[in-house]
Design a protein around this ligand. Structure first.
Ligand code: SAM
Length: 226
């Protein structure tokens, strides 16, 4: 799963994923900068980013590539958004939705102001109709909002903005959904909701040891069955 924008690098005997740095010399959250083939890469910390954790745990298909249009729900300060921005490059765009003003300020100052392919949207993902800056449909929706109704919120956003056959990457925080249920049963329950809404489940990845009680579901949107 290597491309020019994504490389596996060896750091202290450990294989880590890294993304080409769109803003040379700049790091976003204290990550290491390394040189490879004349390019500068940012080492992507799997303990700080669930998408990096999913790659370390064997994500088979990375739907975010050069030129991809992404709708990102739960952008926070932009740790993962910044790596998505590296991968999509200047021909892609990431719409980064985050309603909490304190973290959104960091997203704007540290990430969006330096990266023209990051469009911050200070809105609640429960109201996709309020994202006035999203134009057209997107190729990928990434959702990491740690809410009990996150699967329903992700589905609502897919119906509004995802292209037919587009990909959904959904982070499931099992404890946010039901602390009493077996985490595997929670993931199965959320997968079923997606299937009932017309998605095909491509892969489910348990993110331990990088994130306790978290899984990532990768799914394809069959818009005609939705
Ligand atoms: N994805 C981020 C990363 O990897 O850098 C971390 C996301 S953090 C676990 C969850 C974020 O979701 C928080 O910043 C929170 O404010 C945001 N969030 C919670 N509810 C939301 C909602 N209804 N709509 C959009 N974002 C929401």
């Amino acid at each position: 799963m290597e491309s020019d924008a994504i490389r596996w690098v060896d750091i202290g005997g450990e294989r880590n994923v890294a993304t080409i740095n769109l803003v040379r010399g700049n790091n976003v959250y204290g990550e290491k900068l390394v040189r490879y083939g004349g390019e500068e890469y940012r080492v992507w910390d799997p303990f700080r980013s669930k998408l990096a954790a999913a790659m370390k745990k064997g994500l088979k298909e990375m739907p975010i590539k050069n030129g991809t249009k992404v709708l990102y729900l739960g952008a926070s300060t932009g740790t993962t958004v910044s790596h998505v921005s590296d991968i999509i490059g200047t021909s892609g765009i990431v719409f980064a939705v985050e309603p909490a003003t304190r973290v959104a300020r960091e997203l704007i100052e540290n990430v969006a102001s330096k990266r023209s392919n990051v469009m911050p949207i200070l809105e609640d993902a429960r109201k996709p109709q309020s994202y006035f800056s999203v134009f057209g449909k997107v190729d990928v929706i990434y959702c990491d909002i740690a809410q009990p109704d996150q699967t329903g919120i992700a589905i609502g956003n897919c119906r509004a903005y995802l292209k037919p056959a587009g990909k959904l990457l959904l982070v499931v925080k099992t404890r946010s959904i039901d602390v009493t249920m077996d985490p595997k049963a929670v993931v199965a329950q959320e997968s079923k909701k997606l299937q009932q809404a017309g998605f095909t489940i491509d892969q489910t990845i348990n993110l331990e040891p990088f994130d306790k009680d978290h899984s990532l579901i990768s799914a394809t949107y069959n818009a005609d069955k939705s």
